[in-house]
Design a protein around this ligand. Structure first.
Ligand code: UD1
Ligand code: CA
Length: 447
């Protein structure tokens, strides 16, 4: 049966206390919406429809970045989750199959749960994903008769007995697409919030003689984020799982609670990540590499056997080949560092290439930005760059080239050549001592 995914992402998220649309708040380096779309991708949907409203432009851009072929529809002013589903109707024209509704603020659904949801459609017309809540406050409650779902009541509309129910609505549901739209169209807004509740489709379906049922999943999968506190709790939950997954995969992680992963961090088994390392998006670390403490990595690749840090910063486009050594207080951005090259101390290498087995001395800086243009310094293989060399790009250094410490290199250095560019040293015998005597005498006169 073909599947359409409808992801609701129009809500304002007033309780986030922020101008940013709720679904664009970041979890593990990616907008909440991405997590929801990634979860939904497990269903291999034939169509994906994202319903936007509040902050439509930015939310559309985020949706398209994650799923380029997604249809994005604008709900206009959000008037409730049923109203949002109806907004998806034009994008579902000509589709026949099941529709699965996900919320953009619910990032942790597992593949197994979504598969189970679809499979349960064999037993009922409407399948709702429920969970036993530790604290059900704020959630819709599921009113059951055995395995039959009778209706869903929102917290605001629930009486005390209904509020005592712990089985809650995750928001995720599945029904045949045409039926879903039909039921959503029949929903009214006569409730405490004055909204069109998607949850009302259950009672409407029952009144039409249709069947609804519930499948259950662990609460942590359905965490819906409405507040910053919930976002922080979700981050904690994500990190706990990412650390456990890394350890299970054979990554050596001696201080797991201090290492922070992004949604897409890939660390090979047999790699070591020391305490207090932070990964931004887009990082791959191969097996046998070591990332030492207090390093920050994003958008970069660390090959087998390379070491990074402590206190290193790898920015987007940093590509380290095998056995590269990046030491303390080194920043690498958009640069290819060849096999076995060493950049061990206090350097900035940006928009550059460094050949294999080169040694970049302490305090070397690629001066690649003239205020308007970025230029690209290129360093050949086996080069030896003296400490505190300034490489003023565009500049090329050939294989085996050397620079003297403290040089400011503004011209190309051919292969095998040594370039020194600094003032010649002048030494004045005894002058330091005489100068100090004079200064001390001046201080004595002042008292
Ligand atoms: C909703 C459910 C509730 C469930 C809870 C689970 C309804 C009426 N209530 O409540 O039963 O327990 O989720 O987290 O469905 N959205 C739109 N357009 C709108 C309104 C909302 O796109 O007009 C989107 C929001 O961006 C959000 C999602 O739908 O991603 C859920 O909306 P939200 O306002 O957070 O619903 P809850 O009050 O949490
Ligand atoms: Ca919510």
């Amino acid at each position: 049966m073909p599947t359409a995914l409808i992801v609701l992402a129009a809500g304002k998220g007033t309780r986030m206390d922020s101008n940013l649309p709720k679904v664009l708040h970041r979890l593990a380096g990616a907008p909440l919406l991405w997590h929801a779309l990634r979860a939904g991708a497990a269903l291999e949907p034939d169509r994906t429809v994202v319903v936007v409203g509040h902050g439509a432009e930015a939310v559309t851009a985020a949706a398209r970045e994650a799923v380029p072929e997604a249809a994005v529809v604008d709900q206009g002013t959000p008037r409730g989750t049923a109203h949002a589903v109806l907004a998806a109707a034009p994008a579902l024209a000509g589709f026949s199959g099941d529709a699965v509704v996900l919320y953009g603020d619910t990032p942790f659904l597992s593949d197994e749960t979504l598969q189970a949801l679809k499979a349960a459609r064999a037993r009922a017309d409407v399948v709702v994903l429920g969970f036993e809540a530790g604290d059900p406050a704020g959630y819709g409650r599921l009113l059951m008769d055995g395995e039959r779902l009778l209706r869903i009541v929102e917290e605001k509309d629930a009486d005390p007995a209904e509020r005592a129910i712990r089985l809650c609505n995750s928001g995720v549901l599945c029904a045949e697409a045409g039926l879903l739209l039909d039921l959503a169209g029949a929903v009214g807004s006569d409730n405490a919030a004055g909204e069109f509740y998607l949850t009302d489709i259950v009672a409407i379906a029952r009144a039409r003689g249709l069947e609804a049922t519930v499948i259950r999943c662990p609460e942590e999968e359905t965490l819906g984020i409405n507040t910053r506190a919930e976002l922080a709790a979700a981050e904690t939950a994500f990190q706990r799982r990412a650390r456990a997954a890394a350890i299970a995969q054979g990554v050596q992680l001696p201080g797991p609670e201090t290492v922070f992963f992004a949604f897409d961090t890939a660390v090979g088994g047999g790699a070591t990540v020391e305490p207090f390392v932070v990964f931004g998006p887009g990082v791959t670390v191969e097996t046998g590499a070591t990332v030492r403490s207090f390093s920050h990595l994003e958008g970069c690749h660390v090959s087998r056997g390379a070491t990074v840090g402590p206190f290193a910063r790898l920015r987007p486009g940093a590509e380290l080949a095998e056995e590269v050594h990046i030491g303390n207080f080194v920043e690498i951005k958009n640069a290819l560092v060849g096999e076995g090259a060493k950049i061990n101390h206090l350097s900035y290498v940006g928009d550059a290439s460094v050949g294999a087995a080169s040694n970049i001395g302490a305090g070397t800086i690629t001066c690649n930005y003239d205020g308007v243009f970025k230029h690209r310094p290129e360093i050949g293989a086996g080069a030896f760059i003296g400490s505190a060399t300034m490489l003023v790009a565009p500049v090329r250094l050939g294989d085996g080239a050397m620079t003297g410490s403290g040089s400011v290199i503004t011209e190309d250095v051919p292969a095998g050549a040594l370039a020194i560019s600094r003032a010649r040293q002048v030494t004045k015998p005894g002058l330091a001592a005489r100068l100090m005597d004079r200064l001390r005498a001046a201080r004595a006169r002042r008292g």
